[in-house]
Design a protein around this ligand. Structure first.
Ligand code: DP6
Length: 360
């Protein structure tokens, strides 16, 4: 599908008001998106596990108004919120051409997260995808033509991407690919459910998020992506992401857990290496991040385990492990890793099936 396919040309704005509600999960990238071009087009393909427990629930109430400018208010966890408004304003500006009805209505956006506020967990993926899905439900109400589920999901992902790149990978589960590449069915414009075979070893994978640093991110991902412009290793990195995705596809089918670990951990460290070697440079890991990584490596060697780690653009650690090791790894986390978490906080999650409609 191309960009023009997502432009809504006619709709019935005689509807005065309505309410829609969605919950949408966060996701954790295995091959990382780091570097983008204009209009939120990724420089390299990425693939992620969709999560299950970490999600945003968003209700949008729309009321007819004069069609001149955008009008919206935001409530976060029950309280009026001004902080999110600029990001949502930018989102409106980027999506208006595709959902022109956003000028015809006033929107009351009520949103909350299932994970603790200021936990350092990126909420932009779940938040922007939930909002995009709400706008798609509004579009569905305002159009008389039946929309296929495939089109609905693709356009929701397309809109979510314009809010935050990684958000386009949160609409569906269990694995989603975004960014054109030769090894999987894919697009730069939206995320697509991974079309390859997935061995039982990788079903219902577990992700325990260790909250090492709950503070504000040192570098926003928007600034981080920009650091890839003119980065001395950018070309090689983008090429590597294509190779890692192709290799991961084969690994996901074969069930080779050691090979999986090699790619996942290398991707996480490469992401951080990119930030350490950009100008300006950043170290986003904290001493406790490294302590945890070393503990995971020791545990893995001593117990012939398949636990591994990945990182976002921050200090928190995502501990990934197969379902079969759930009990033992959780025990290890509680005994040995919780001590490195801020206030002992961690979140247990696992792979999920994507967003859920709550109210149509
Ligand atoms: C490190 O999606 O947050 O999590 O498109 O600027 O909103 P924007 O960036 P964002 O970047 C996420 C980067 C990452 C890796 C990933 O999720 O692939």
């Amino acid at each position: 599908m191309v960009e023009q396919d997502f432009i809504l040309t006619s709709y019935n704005n005689a509807i005065d008001s309505g309410k829609v509600k969605w919950s949408s999960p966060s996701n954790i990238a295995l091959v990382k998106y780091w570097g983008k071009r204009e209009h939120q087009i990724p420089e390299n393909p990425s693939i992620s596990f969709t999560l299950s427990n970490c999600k945003t629930v968003t209700e949008v109430t729309f009321t007819k108004k004069e069609s001149d400018s955008y009008s919206f208010e935001v409530y976060f966890e029950g309280e009026k919120n001004e902080v999110f408004k600029p990001k949502i304003q930018t989102f409106f500006e980027r999506i208006e051409v595709y959902v022109p009805f956003i000028k015809d209505y006033h929107f009351k956006i009520e949103t909350s997260n299932t994970f603790p506020h200021s936990s350092g967990i990126a909420s932009s993926a779940s938040g922007m995808s939930a909002l995009a899905l709400c706008f798609m439900s509004v579009e569905e109400k305002l159009t008389e033509i039946m929309m296929s589920k495939d089109y609905f999901n693709k356009k929701a992902s397309f809109l979510a991407r314009l809010g935050s790149g990684s958000a386009c990978r949160s609409i569906e589960g269990e694995l989603v690919v975004w960014g054109q590449n030769k090894s999987t069915e894919s697009s730069d414009l939206y995320g697509i459910k991974f079309d390859g075979e997935v061995h039982p070893n990788f079903k219902n994978y577990q992700d325990t998020i260790l909250l090492v640093d709950k503070g504000e991110k040192q570098v926003s991902s928007t600034v981080g992506h920009q650091l890839m412009y003119g980065h001395p290793f950018a070309t090689q990195r983008f090429k590597q992401a294509h190779e890692n995705l192709a290799n991961l596809k084969a690994i996901l089918a074969s069930g080779d857990q050691k090979a999986f670990i090699n790619i996942i951990e290398s991707e996480a460290l490469t992401l951080h290496a990119m930030m350490m070697t950009s100008m300006p440079y950043f170290i986003l890991m904290k001493p406790n991040t490294l302590q945890i990584i070393n503990k995971i490596w020791n545990y893995r060697n001593e117990n012939d385990s398949n636990v591994c780690f990945t990182l976002d653009a921050g200090a928190n650690v995502h501990v990934l492990y197969p379902e079969i090791e759930k009990e033992s790894v959780l025990e290890f986390i509680k005994n040995e890793l919780v001590a490195y978490c801020q206030n002992g906080h961690f979140i247990t999650d696992h792979v999920g099936n994507g967003a859920e409609l709550i109210k149509k």
